[in-house]
Design a protein around this ligand. Sequence first.
Ligand code: FMN
Length: 222
Amino acid sequence: MDLIEAIKSRKSVRGFKPAPVPKEIISEILTVSVRAPSGDNCQPWEFMVLGGSALEDLNTALREQFNAGAAPHPDFIRKPFTGVYRNRARELNTELFRLLDISREDSQKKKLWTLKMLGAYDAPNLILIYTDAEALGLSRVMFGIGALSQNIALAALHFGLGTCLLGAVTNYPEVVREMIGIPQSKIIAIGIGIGYPDWDFPANRLQSAREPIENITTWIGV
Ligand SMILES: Cc1cc2nc3c(=O)[nH]c(=O)nc-3n(C[C@H](O)[C@H](O)[C@H](O)COP(=O)(O)O)c2cc1C
C-alpha cells in the first residue's frame, strides 16, 4: 500500500473478527515498528502480547474493577478535557454513539460499551506497551511510544489488520502488572487491540474529523 494512502486510511477499529492474528505476523509488525525514532535511540518500549485465555482473564479483571466502581488511575495521568479539546472529544463520542444507536441518556448501553472497550473491543490480541518512565523521563517515553504506536497501526494495515490504541486498558495498571507479570518499576503506557476488522460493525464506519491545517498552522517566511 502506498504510504500516503496508508496514513489516510488508518483509523481506529472497534469491532473485530474472532480469528487470532498469527504470532509470526505480530512479530513481524513489532520488528518493523521498532524502527521508530526515539531520543538518542533509547528505545523506550517493551511489549507483552496477549491472546487466548490470558487476554480473556485480563479483560475480566479490568471489567471487574469497573463494575466495582473503581476510579480509573492510569500511570500516565489524563487531565479532563477543556475548551476546544473537550469539543473535539464530544464530537467524536456523539458520532460514535450515533452509529451505535446509543442515546445520550442510555446509561446502560454506555456502560456495556465501556465494558466492551475494557475488553479491547473483543480484539483477539492485545499488545501492551510498557516502559521505564522513571529512568527515561516523560518526554523521551511519550515521543518514542507515540512514533512506535503509529508504526504498529500502519504496519498492521499491510497484513489486512486493524488496530485501536487503548488508554482504557491502562486504567487499573496494578491489575495489569500483577496479572501479566510486569515489574512494579515499569509503567503501562498503552494497549493496542489488533485483529481482522469486522467492517460490518457500525462503530467501524466512524470517520473521525480533523481540524483543517489552515486553523492550526502559521507560515513564516514560506
Ligand atoms: C493515547 C491514546 C489513547 C486512546 N485510547 C482509546 C481508548 O481507550 N478507547 C478508544 O476507543 N479509543 C482510544 N484511542 C483512539 C482515539 O479515540 C482515536 O485515535 C481518535 O478518536 C482519532 O480517530 P482515528 O484513530 O479513527 O483516526 C486512543 C488514542 C490514543 C492516541
